[in-house]
Design a binder for this molecule. Sequence first.
Ligand code: SRM
Ligand code: SF4
Length: 581
Amino acid sequence: MSDQSAPNANASAEPVKLSGAEAAKIESNYLRGTIAEELHDGTLGFSKSSEVLLKHHGTYIQDDRDARKVSKDRIPMMMVRTRIPGGRLTPGQLLAEIGIGDELGNSTIRLTTRQAIQHHGVPKSELRELIRRIHDVKLSTLAACGDVNRNVMCCPAPFKTPVYETLHSVTDALVEHLAPRTKAYYEIWLQDQETGEKELVGGATENDIIEPIYGKTYLPRKFKAAIGLPHDNCVDIYTQDLGFMAIVRDGQVIGFNVSVGGGLGTTPANKKTYPALAKRMAFCTIDQVCGVAEAVVKVQRDHGNREDRKVARMKYLVDRWGIDKFRATVEEYYGAKLPDLEPEDVTEHDDHMGWHEQGDGKFFYGLNIENGRVSDTESILLKSALKKVCHDLQLPMRVTSHQSLIFADVAADQREELMGILRSHNVPTTEQFSTARRWSMACVAWPTCGLAITESERALPGVMDELEAMVAELGLADEKFTVRMTGCPNGCARPYNADIGLVGKAKEKYTVFLGGGRLGKRLGYIYQDLVHRDDLLGLLKPVFRCFQQQRTPDESFGDFCDRLGKEGLEQAVAEETSETA
Ligand code: SRM
Ligand code: SF4
């Protein structure tokens, strides 16, 4: 198992100028800080240091950015994220989340790109009640955000086979193993204050007892992990800090190919930052997963950058060292050599939408939810429909990494009832979505995200109206390609490895990335910068025309754009445009 004597940067002798977030963590007594006191201080917000700590408890301070247009006063409100390992939810849990949003939030919930659920617009005065109610239904917001391992993603398909059962049990084990051990969460949100004093026995240090994996300062930055399959990269394994890709032989998982150092966030003005796909590192057996994950986490804990948060993600460490040194160090922490990788790599990506047999005589249905927003509008009563499905059919559910929902264990005689509920609430079924829209996703952005430069969730549906009409006109309506939009370059909807990435760069302007792909194995290139929202279709239409005319048989849109490259594509478009002019 992992080497407990490994050097810990938390106790490093090297004098370094730590980032402000590091100071907040160090002084926090394991994520307590002054959150409990500030909850009752009569103000609407929190101090800067509490803001840092609150993320580890699953909550961010935001304000309604639309309201800034009418008032200069920014009224703080909280975003709260529930982590849902592998996206698995009971009907009671979804009902509780919807009810919480209605009573304590902004009456909507948001399914995220990492299979979690978010509430927005929560007043500080309701925060404790909200977290308690999430805890009451056996869910948690602890480590949904912050400098720790976050929600562990896992392929949500509810197939009843040993392979999928193994994936979910490994996910649960990993979540448990990498969870913060501090009691701060329980003290602040769930029970009365404790003294925080700890009894240390047998020469143990405080870290050994309270946070044996993370130590006092947790990780230098956020950390993300996922468990997936080669024939189904729905969890986008190469965008993760740590990926476990199951290797299956004779219908059983024999272990995992481990990849490290994925991460998409970038700040274009800061040349030290960039999106990166993870590197394939080594193989491990099922019983090695937690130990290997712990070793990787500890390597990042001790050697990741704690001075500059812009370059603190593990991808920068992996790149600085190279994969061989990184692997050797992980093996040192783990205490044994790891086997080499198995040859398997990603070959497909399934979004699990529509009807499927799940292998035990029952069915599952993937309902596409546009950009993950669950609400009732004048025309579409999605929230009410989900409530009725939970009440009447009692189906277990899964949140997908495409911000959508799967209803599992549907008996043959429940299928029509499920579709009837959706129809009677005017909810568009997956079958009514165009292929293009079904494979699109947008991050939250305006009005809640404090980092948004421009619109995303509210802009993409209009862009998709135009795009789906255009591809249909070109006879490409059945073509599968991913369109992912974000309101800033942080990459929350994973745009950089999509067929088409639309990344907010200025008000109503996007950087257009092409050449990634649905399989998520390749980063795209900048095809054009600062394209106005109204010009997106005009830019993409000739590219699709070239694709239609010049693709090789079965070539996908992303593969085509990658094969031609930026210059080749520009030339093809110029020639095509002059011919059609
Ligand atoms: Fe994200 C920050 C929303 C997935 C990269 N992300 C944020 C914040 C919390 C803004 C902030 O820091 O103030 C956003 C809150 C918006 C709001 O109003 O709700 C936010 N991120 C989201 C979600 C909700 C987008 C969505 O539409 O679903 C996703 C929540 C996932 C979850 O359940 O845990 C979400 N964020 C991602 C992903 C995709 C993924 O993880 O698969 C990425 C790219 C992968 C990665 O981490 O590199 C991502 N978010 C970021 C970054 C850039 C990190 C970096 O390394 O530079 C930030 C900003 C930061 O951390 O400084 C960020
Ligand atoms: Fe906010 Fe940017 Fe993430 Fe979109 S990509 S949710 S705008 S941080």
